[in-house]
Design a protein around this ligand. Structure first.
Ligand SMILES: [Zn+2]
Length: 348
């Protein structure tokens, strides 16, 4: 009877072990390894279909997750992970210089305010689109009366409504509802926001000003095409640096909010800086303006949308400059309870 492969190997090694006593241990080890590999291959061969489907499944998860998680091998990703602004498209070390942008897109007039930010951030926001209270009122002094007409609401016995337009949740898991429309009001120049929040916004700026804090509004409303354009452009930039589409997509989604997931598209989110601190980074929290906003913004219906310590819920790094309008009642609860919008809505 023909010997099986296993028997052949075993007898061969027994022979060797008999001849050379000192080789006993190495032969046992060798035989174990060879037979182990043989068994594994045999098992794999006889379960071909099962393993093939396992491999396909693993491939599927690897490919799909590369959209959500940083590519481990890419060193650029490591630095970007620790940049804090996923909404305003800025990362200091990833910022694209004007000349680089020029190569990508010849039409400099088309440069968005966000790109101006990107560059302006590095240059102290010298020429970015940004307006102080005085500049805003100078164009539209009717805003000055908005706040007076809005009575401040009490929070007692207030019943929250999940369908309240002020409480709409937009994040990566809850994209902007299809066909979402908003009536916009111009703040100044080409800056717009939801018309219904402008009174409270101006009232907040005025109150800050009375306390000696000069706030500056930047990057309020952004439409879908702007967000898409920004996102696509970021991808192009990375692909221009030699990345694959998937790598570029993965990296871009960490810096620019995926179109449809940015609160700026609601017209209810505003990035706020101050006249003596123009960078959109964590340092803003320690400025007079950052502290004033953290303490008082709720009185005007705004919340610090991406607080420190809630990143695991919001999915966004701490952004002390990004404020979201939710109305005075909800803002008071959210701020006093130290929760984020997701938690508040969950509790309704
Ligand atoms: Zn923002």
């Amino acid at each position: 009877m023909e010997k099986s492969f296993r028997e052949k190997v075993l007898s061969k090694f027994r022979e060797i072990a008999k001849k050379h006593k000192f080789l006993k241990v190495p032969t046992v080890v060798c035989a174990t390894v060879i037979l182990g590999v043989y068994d594994f291959v045999q098992y794999f061969a006889s379960n071909g279909k099962r393993y093939a489907s396992l491999v396909v499944l693993m491939l599927f998860f690897t490919i799909s997750s590369s959209f959500c998680f940083p590519a481990f091998a890419n060193s650029d990703v490591q630095t970007v992970e620790y940049n804090y602004d996923s909404q305003v498209e800025l990362a200091m070390d990833e910022a694209v210089s004007i000349s680089e942008m020029d190569m990508l897109d010849d039409d400099m007039d088309e440069m968005s305010e966000e790109y101006e930010y990107e560059d302006a951030e590095r240059q102290g926001m010298a020429d970015a689109d940004k307006y102080t209270l005085d500049e805003i009122l100078e164009e539209n002094d009717s805003f000055a009366h908005f706040s007076e007409s809005q009575a401040s609401a009490g929070t007692e016995e207030y019943v929250f409504d999940k369908d309240d337009w002020r409480l709409i949740l937009v994040n990566k898991q809850h994209p902007l509802p299809e066909g979402y429309t908003v009536e916009l009001e111009t703040i100044k120049g080409n800056m717009q926001c939801d018309a219904r929040i402008i009174g409270d916004l101006i009232a907040m700026f005025q109150a800050a000003s009375e306390d000696g804090v000069n706030l500056i509004v930047c990057s309020p409303y952004r439409d879908m095409s702007r967000q898409e354009w920004l996102f696509e452009r970021k991808i192009k930039t990375y692909m221009g640096k030699g990345m694959s589409y998937m790598e570029a997509y993965s990296l871009a989604s960490q810096i620019v909010m995926v179109p449809g997931a940015s609160e700026h598209q609601l017209g209810l989110a505003i990035d706020i800086i101050s006249d003596n601190y123009a960078s959109l980074d964590e340092g803003f929290a320690n400025t007079e303006a950052g502290k004033w906003l953290a303490e008082h913004s709720y009185e005007y219906g705004f919340i610090l949308r991406y607080p420190q310590g809630k990143e695991y819920i919001t999915g966004v790094e701490y952004e002390p400059w990004h404020f979201r309008y939710v109305g005075k009642e909800a803002a008071a609860v959210i701020t006093k309870d130290g929760i984020c919008l997701e938690e508040f809505i969950e509790g309704l």
